[in-house]
Design a protein around this ligand. Structure first.
Ligand SMILES: Nc1ncnc2c1ncn2[C@@H]1O[C@H](COP(=O)(O)OP(=O)(O)OP(=O)(O)O)[C@@H](O)[C@H]1O
Length: 271
């Protein structure tokens, strides 16, 4: 575990040194409320990085900054060495897909049409979807098991079904980096397990995935875990390094217990 992340020095070789999506010294305020303070972390290609922390510490804000949807008040985000704001929104959208926590959704489009919206950054000026776009949407619907709903409107789906459709929309862009804010909300245990398998397949294809989660027992399945508290990165490392009882108790209270089972941390409430 590295504790508070060190700022790597910038330079012309950044792209080679940091092929991932790299936040460096990020600070952010909403009006006068400082929400993030000097956060540095890199989402590497092919890894699953889980971001944990209590409510309101700035996790969603960090994801929005890394997606280029907010501008930092200090620090920067780089994609393969290039500053995010130097890239066009098309290029950004092709490379980084973002699933918001409570994003709205179009109520009058079918599942298939919503998933195709994920292809927008790849469409030309005329905005017409072609064969490659249809294939990418089909692939995304298959991955998230929503093909059977393809002709239904979103309001007619259950919360978990809709969550999978919105994940499919993000996947349809076939991005290099996928930023998911509480993607397992509404998912039953079966679909959580399917989601974990899906992430394994995507990582094998080189996709870097950053998920905000509240369940440490899901986060322990990630390659690395980042832990935030009060706008700062408190810990970054393997699940075993980060999911330690003293850290979790200091943040969540004494009722949190961490047991090691087969070399894995298992987090329980009470007893
Ligand atoms: N648009 C906004 N305007 C003003 N303040 C905001 C805005 N969005 C978030 N905040 C505040 O910024 C802080 C961080 O919010 P953020 O949503 O990033 O936290 P979070 O860690 O994702 O929380 P949670 O786990 O509850 O989703 C909170 O205090 C929140 O009230």
């Amino acid at each position: 575990m590295t504790g508070e992340a060190q700022l790597p020095s910038p330079g012309p070789a950044d792209g080679a040194l940091h092929p991932g999506l790299w936040a460096r010294g990020l600070s952010f305020s909403y009006r006068n409320q400082a929400v993030l303070r000097e956060v540095s972390l890199e989402l590497r290609p092919g890894e699953w990085l889980a971001l944990l922390g209590p409510n309101g510490v700035g996790k969603s804000t960090l994801l929005r900054l890394m997606a280029g949807l907010l501008r930092p008040t200090a620090g920067e985000v780089r994609l393969g060495g290039e500053r995010l704001e130097r890239l066009s929104s098309w290029t950004r959208g092709q490379q980084i897909a973002f699933l918001p926590q409570n994003g709205g959704y179009p109520e009058d489009l079918t599942v298939e049409e919503v998933v195709l919206l994920g292809r927008t950054p790849h469409l030309g000026l005329l905005g017409r979807a072609g064969k490659a776009d249809a294939e990418a949407a089909d692939w995304a619907m298959t991955q998230t098991q929503v093909t059977e709903f393809r002709h239904r409107l979103l309001p007619t789906l259950s919360g978990g079904e809709r969550q999978r459709v919105l994940l499919a929309r993000a996947l349809a862009a076939r991005p290099r980096f996928l930023l998911l804010d509480e993607p397992t909300n509404h998912l039953d245990l079966h679909h959580q397990a399917e989601f974990i398998c899906l992430l394994a397949g995507l990582r094998a294809q080189g996709m870097g995935i950053l998920t905000v989660l509240h369940d440490p027992n899901l986060a322990r399945l990630a390659d690395r875990v980042a832990f935030m508290q009060e706008g700062r990165l408190m810990a970054l490392g393997t699940p075993l390094e980060v999911l330690q009882e003293p850290l979790l108790q200091s943040v969540y209270g004494d009722w949190v217990r961490v047991h090691e089972v087969d070399g894995q941390p298992v987090v329980l409430l009470g007893g």
